[in-house]
Design a binder for this molecule. Sequence first.
Ligand code: UTP
Length: 278
Amino acid sequence: MKITQAILPVAGLGTRFLPWTKAVPKEMLPVGNQPIIAKIVDECMDAGIFDICFVINRGKEMIPQYFYEHPELEAELEKRGKLDQLAHLKKYDEANFHVVYQDEQHGDGHAILQALDWVDSESVAILFGDDLFAGKKSGMQQLVDAYSALADNERGAMLALETIDPSQTEKYGIASVAATHVSSDRLHAIHGLVEKPRPEDAPSHLGIVGRYIIPRSTFDVLPTVGASHGGEIRLIDALIEQLGAIPIFGLECEGTRLDTGTPDGYIHAVQVLTNLKS
Ligand code: UTP
């Protein structure tokens, strides 16, 4: 089964980047000559995913705007012979972009739920805006490859995992894993998930990082999981609810994962990605 659709929830308030995020979405911060969000869209397209839905809030319209066609500008670039720049712009004509709004911030799962009417495939990719991957293969490419190696009856949800520092468990969803799948020793069946446990309560040091493939059935569960967290709907709670009911796999991704969600993490990501280029 081919993954063709991706949801990019980018409607968060970005409080850790205030006051910057009063005026500019953190996803528009530059890494080299691209904003972070373009790296994530490129990651989708490189993995063969061309239907992309942004979940934004009011004021973040510049995110989809970056990818839209701009015929007058393109004509002007052509006239001036700036063909490299033109090709850079035209690259995104290949993808179909869609936008939905999350008017109130009730959590990442609530953001994903806003895209429900747009989803028309059995499984959809989710890419959170804070995580970037540096390495031979992007996180989403690794998930898509691992997903396609599964048998039909094994295709439920798949999450990207990373071994995290044991002191950092309170920042991550943590997975406990059972058997390793025959197709790869990095792919594990997940039998437990816990959101942001204290280090002493963490069942493992495998943290979930911002790439998922989820089945349509997760959209049926999402509306039911907000009550226990003051109305906040979190994707991990829907997946916890589905444990045992659908296959859920975790893939230990190769490469370096970079967290751009904090100012320090962002500075580090810029350094790593700039050094890779030079
Ligand atoms: P974060 O928890 O990092 O929240 O969300 P945030 O608002 O981006 O940043 P801080 O914590 O206030 O600094 C993880 C991802 O989920 C999206 C965010 O945009 C980010 O990509 N998200 C989160 C939503 O789209 N809506 C929400 O209600 C919450």
